[in-house]
Design a protein around this ligand. Structure first.
Ligand code: PLP
Length: 394
């Protein structure tokens, strides 16, 4: 049968994830390739208590249809937390609950991108964003990331010359590199973008995972009318609940509502109510401290073990939060070869290729540090070290 798919599906980048999931399910392979938070840190008992409360006290309402906007008390909680943590003026009216922040990428793509519109993205950038936006057939312009964020001259040029619709970036503990924008870069981006009709899509999936728990000023603070900011409880509470949010100017939110309503009517109401009860009745800040203490320990251990491999010619980023880092490979060693050989030797890394909208990533891999315990990190890194020594001596 010759299925007549829409032409836009031809732009869907080949999914790397299927291959990855196959690999992750093999118990013999120690995987740094995935992107899962640590299951042991999910507060199952706390969520169970909140679920029991919601079902006992408000079960009939929680299991009914609701409005597209999302549960008001949860939106108020998010707005209050923005004010308290980041000092940005936030109102529940500007916040919508989505089915995981991944849904924001799709809906923002749907409401802003016309075929061949220009948009900007960090290089390397989040592969899930490249996949989501690509379906709307934009021309994607990449801006190289350095240690303090995207190259600002190239960024300014995209705004002034290319008139991009929006630039998608992750200022805190970026996926894949783990890098963060400096304070000055955040302000400069705000200054460059304000008074233009381009937007900055600020994906803050990892902002709460700062190892030192000190909040960083969002770009939103410097140009609120030009910034869409998205967040998620996936990395901090539980990804399976699929609760994320968007905060944006009212004009954007009303168009967003129309698209979200057409897509799914509303996000899972039961989970929204459980999340709201959980956040308000547990010690969320203490929970976050526990999460980052594990992730920072893992990250430090991996960085130290990678430093021990420096004579193979690798260099790596040193994240101060989040779940990911990248490793630059010695000249001539391809990330695909390292991936394929790694599988044979029982260690999985993620080649950098899908993190580039154009070409790139042959000389880089991403490592996840949230979902491997100390013993496996040591064994997995020993396997990687052996592999690098063997492959880089060719
Ligand atoms: C940068 C970034 N944004 C968004 C998402 C989507 O997360 P979720 O839909 O679970 O909120 C992810 C998932 O890994 C991510 O890394």
């Amino acid at each position: 049968m010759d299925y007549r798919f829409a032409a836009r599906m031809r732009n869907a980048p080949e999914s790397f994830l299927k291959k990855l999931f196959d690999v992750s399910s093999d118990p013999e392979i120690i995987s740094f390739a995935g992107g899962l938070p640590d299951s042991n840190l999910i507060d199952v008992n706390g969520i169970k208590d909140s679920a029991a409360f919601v079902l006992d006290e408000e079960g009939r309402e929680a299991l009914q249809y609701t409005t597209t906007e999302g549960h008001l008390p949860l939106r108020e909680y998010i707005a209050e937390r923005y004010q308290k943590r980041l000092g940005i003026s936030a109102s529940a009216d500007n916040i919508r609950i989505v089915n995981g922040s991944q849904q924001c990428l799709d809906i923002i793509g749907k409401i802003f991108i016309e075929k061949n519109d220009r948009i900007g993205i960090e290089s390397p950038g989040y592969l899930g964003a490249i996949e989501a936006f690509s379906l709307y057939e934009p021309v994607i312009r990449s801006v190289e990331m350095n240690d303090s964020g995207p190259d600002l001259n190239a960024f300014a040029q995209l705004i002034s010359d290319e008139k991009i619709k929006f630039f998608y970036g992750i200022p805190n503990f970026q996926n894949p590199t783990g890098r963060s924008y400096s304070k000055d870069t955040r302000k400069r981006i705000g200054d460059i973008i304000s008074e233009t009709d381009s937007l900055f899509y600020e994906d803050d999936a990892f902002g709460e995972l700062a190892f030192n728990q000190v909040p960083r000023v969002p770009v939103n603070k410097y140009a609120p009318a030009n910034v869409i900011i998205c967040g998620s409880f996936s990395k901090t509470v539980a990804p399976g609940m699929r609760i994320g949010w968007i905060m944006a100017p009212r004009e954007i939110i009303s168009v967003f509502d129309a698209a979200k309503q057409a897509a799914d009517l509303h996000s899972n109401y039961l989970c929204q109510k459980i999340m709201n009860h959980y956040l308000r009745n547990s010690d969320y800040d203490r929970h976050l401290k526990e999460v980052v203490s594990v992730y920072s320990r893992n990250c430090r251990l991996i960085c130290d073990l990678l430093d021990d491999m420096a004579d193979t010619g690798i260099t790596h980023t040193s994240p101060e939060g989040g779940m990911f880092m990248t490793v630059n490979l010695p000249e001539g060693l391809s990330s695909m070869k390292l991936f394929e050989e790694g599988i044979r030797r029982g260690v999985a890394v993620l080649p950098g290729i899908p993190f580039y909208a154009g070409s790139g990533g042959e000389d880089m891999i991403r490592l996840n540090f949230s979902n491997t315990d100390e013993e496996n990190i040591k064994e997995g890194m020993a396997r990687l070290s052996g592999l690098l020594t063997d492959l880089s001596s060719f």
